[in-house]
Design a protein around this ligand. Structure first.
Ligand SMILES: Nc1ncnc2c1ncn2[C@@H]1O[C@H](COP(=O)(O)OP(=O)(O)OP(=O)(O)O)[C@@H](O)[C@H]1O
Length: 249
């Protein structure tokens, strides 16, 4: 079996008396989409925050590309290639889609401050940014401000930014949220292709998308992973049906 890209072992996080992450172990392997599902409040976002570095675990280890990243902050983890999209958008709303991605390319290149006009003309920033927009299907919207993009397009733009940052794995927290059926379908097709580039840890409530995309699913209930398996294994797991899917019959 291939070495995991991301390897989480015995992670714990409490908020007062509440165990939001209860001895969680899971991994993300090359080329896969590993979906993380569970009822509201199960601890999915809390787990993503700990992996991204925006929340410190109480205990446990997080290894990324073979390295213990537990002591690193968010920017260092991003630089190592841990790409993340957020439930709440982190885009600069007044900037065009292109400029949002160019800022990411600039951050990756570590280039210092330049005047905006010079930055916008700089082909070493512009070309990779346009390529990332092309890849997510947003090239035609390159000059539209982030604020004017549809909800789905903003999600695509966030992924373009993660691509431009050279992400080697993606943490996607509810990318389908607030999307209509067409948008969800388009994003599902896109994510299906994206896994070949970098594996995806996908938190998602849209079960159609999860069942269509996931190579493996982990089910989180009250902070604990109660099962990990293929779509078929999870669909037929009696504990999962009772704790979570059961409510859908
Ligand atoms: N900063 C915090 N302080 C105290 N409690 C918190 C904090 N963040 C999360 N919690 C609690 O931890 C539990 C897990 O929350 P979390 O947001 O991770 O769940 P989730 O599975 O992502 O839920 P949803 O599907 O609704 O997004 C919840 O009971 C929540 O109220």
């Amino acid at each position: 079996m291939a070495e995991p890209i991301l390897d989480i072992r015995n992670l714990n996080k409490s908020f007062g008396a509440l165990k939001a992450t209860d001895n969680v172990s899971l991994d993300l392997r090359p080329g896969e989409i590993h979906a993380l599902i569970g009822p509201n409040g199960a601890g999915k976002s809390t787990l993503i925050h700990q992996i991204a570095g925006s929340l410190r675990p109480g205990s446990g280890t997080i290894r990324f590309l073979g390295r213990d990243i537990g002591a690193l902050g968010v920017p260092e983890r991003t630089r190592l290639g841990l790409g993340r999209t957020f439930q709440i958008s982190s885009l600069a709303p007044d900037y065009s889609a292109l400029r949002n991605v160019m800022l990411a390319v600039q951050a990756r290149q570590g280039t210092s401050f330049r005047f905006v006009k010079a930055v916008m003309r700089d082909r070493s920033l512009r070309d990779p940014a346009l390529e990332a927009l092309e890849r997510v299907g947003l090239a035609e919207r390159a000059h539209v401000s982030a604020a004017e993009l549809s909800h789905g397009e903003r999600r695509q733009l966030e992924i373009a930014i993660a691509l431009a940052l050279g992400s080697k794995a993606f943490l996607l927290d509810e990318p389908m949220a607030g999307m209509g059926p067409e948008g969800s379908k388009a994003l599902t097709t896109f994510l299906d292709g994206l896994r070949a580039e970098a594996p995806i840890l996908l938190v998602e409530h849209d079960m159609d998308a999860v069942f269509a995309l996931a190579d493996r699913i982990s089910v989180l209930v009250y902070g604990r992973v109660i099962a990990t398996g293929t779509v078929e294994e999870i669909r037929h797991n009696p504990d999962v049906r009772q704790a979570y899917l059961g409510e859908e019959g």
